[in-house]
Design a protein around this ligand. Structure first.
Ligand code: SF4
Length: 356
C-alpha cells in the first residue's frame, strides 16, 4: 500500500466512523487547545464532561486568562495532572500579554508555550491550522508498529522516533488534522490492544502484523518498573468552633495550588498516629494529639501509590503557621467544596461534608 492509498483508505473510513465528541469539527483554536491538553493522560469519556464545563466557565482565552488560578483548578478537580491546568492558565495569560490572544500557527512557536510538548504542538497545529505535523500517541504507536511490523520495544525512544518518521511520511498534506484524528480513532476503536478488528480495518491490505498473525506480540512493551508504595498519615485538625484546618500546597510542588489536609510519609519505626503528630509539628509548628481514626483509603498516582490514613487531631499547644505550604485556612465542613483538592483529599472532604 502506497502512502497515498493508506491515507485515502483511512480518511474515507474516518468520514463514516468518527465518534461524536464536543471538540470534534471544532474550528476555534482555543477550544482545540483545551481539548488537547485535557486529552493528555485522560480518556475521551472522562474528559468530555470536564471539557464542556471548562468551556462554559471560560469560553474564550480572555476569560481563562483573567480567571483566578483557584477557579481554574476547581474546574480541573478530579481530572489529575494539575500542572496541565496551571500551565494552560499561565499560557493563556502569556497569549493575551504577548500575542494579542491568538495561538501561534507555527509548530516552532506554539511549542514554546507552557504545557505544550511535541505531541500537543503537532495536534493543535494540524487540527486548528492545517499544518502537516504528524502526531504520535499510544494509539498511533499501536497502529503503525503493527502496520509496519515493528517488533522493537515501544518504551525506547529509538522505536518511538521510528514511528514518528513513518507517521511523517504517511501524513496527508491536504488534510493533516483529519489524518491525525483518523489514525488515533482507528487505534481507539479498530486496532485495539487486544483482538483488533482487522477484517474491518481500512488499511488491512498493507498491514504486516495482520498478515503474519503477530497482532498479539506487536506492539511489544517491556514490563514497567514496579511503582513504590507509601503509607501516608494526615491530620484533620478541628477547632472548637468546628472549623477544620486546610493547607495550600506550594506552587512548584506536585499538586501545587491545590488544598489538602496536612500530613506526610510514615517512617518505618513510627505508629501512624506518631506520623500524623510529627507531620503537623513539622508543617504547622504545633503540638497535636491524633485521637481518632477517620478513614483509610488507597490511591494510585502516575509514579507511585499510597495508602492514606486520616486521623482527627486536637491542638495541644501553639498556633498553626504555614511552614511548608503557601497558606493555611480554617474552614467549616460545608465550605470545603469551594476549594480545589486532589483526588485522595477529595474523598476525605466529601465524607466530612456528608457526616456534617
Ligand atoms: Fe491494526 Fe489489524 Fe488494522 Fe493492522 S489490520 S492496523 S493490526 S486493525
Amino acid at each position: 500500500m502506497q502512502p497515498a492509498d493508506f491515507s485515502s483508505h483511512l480518511l474515507a473510513w474516518y468520514k463514516g466512523h468518527k465518534r461524536p465528541m464536543p471538540w470534534r469539527d471544532e474550528l476555534d483554536p482555543y477550544k482545540i487547545w483545551v481539548s488537547e491538553i485535557m486529552l493528555q493522560q485522560t480518556r475521551v469519556d472522562q474528559a468530555t464532561p470536564y471539557f464542556r464545563n471548562f468551556i462554559s466557565l471560560f469560553p474564550t482565552v480572555y476569560d481563562l486568562a483573567k480567571a483566578d488560578q483557584q477557579e481554574v483548578l476547581k474546574a480541573w478537580e478530579g481530572l489529575g495532572y494539575y500542572s496541565r491546568a496551571r500551565n494552560l492558565h499561565s499560557a493563556a495569560k502569556d497569549l493575551i500579554e504577548n500575542c494579542g490572544g491568538k495561538l501561534p500557527e507555527k509548530y516552532d512557536e506554539i511549542i514554546k508555550l507552557k504545557g505544550i510538548g511535541p505531541y500537543t504542538a503537532a495536534a493543535i497545529t494540524s487540527i486548528a491550522f492545517n499544518k502537516p505535523n504528524a502526531v504520535v500517541d499510544g494509539n498511533v504507536i499501536r497502529v503503525l508498529t503493527r502496520y509496519f511490523g515493528i517488533e522493537q520495544d515501544t518504551r525506547s525512544s529509538k522505536t518511538r522516533n521510528k514511528v514518528q518518521e513513518f507517521a511523517n511520511e504517511l501524513i496527508d498534506e491536504k488534510q493533516p488534522g483529519d489524518f491525525n484524528q483518523a489514525l488515533m480513532e482507528l487505534g481507539s476503536i479498530v486496532c485495539t490492544p487486544s483482538n483488533p478488528d482487522c477484517t474491518n480495518c481500512p488499511v488491512q491490505p498493507g498491514c504486516i502484523a495482520s498478515k503474519m498473525a503477530k497482532t498479539d506480540t506487536i506492539p511489544y512493551k517491556s514490563p514497567a518498573k514496579k511503582k513504590p508504595h507509601h503509607i501516608i498519615g494526615v491530620g484533620i485538625l478541628e477547632r472548637e468552633d468546628g472549623k477544620l484546618l486546610i493547607a495550600l500546597r506550594p506552587e512548584d510542588a506536585m499538586l501545587g495550588g491545590l488544598w489538602e489536609f496536612p500530613g506526610g510519609k510514615k517512617k518505618d519505626e513510627e505508629k501512624i498516629q506518631q506520623t500524623v503528630e510529627r507531620e503537623l509539628k513539622e508543617e504547622l509548628d504545633v503540638e497535636t494529639k491524633a485521637f481518632e481514626e477517620f478513614m483509610t483509603l488507597k490511591h494510585t498516582y502516575s509514579h507511585f501509590s499510597i495508602t492514606l490514613h486520616a486521623w482527627f487531631c486536637k491542638l495541644i499547644s501553639g498556633t498553626p503557621k504555614p511552614k511548608s505550604s503557601q497558606e493555611i485556612r480554617w474552614v467549616h465542613r460545608n465550605e470545603l467544596e469551594q476549594y480545589p483538592f486532589p483526588k485522595a483529599n477529595k474523598v476525605l472532604t466529601e465524607r466530612l461534608t456528608k457526616d456534617n
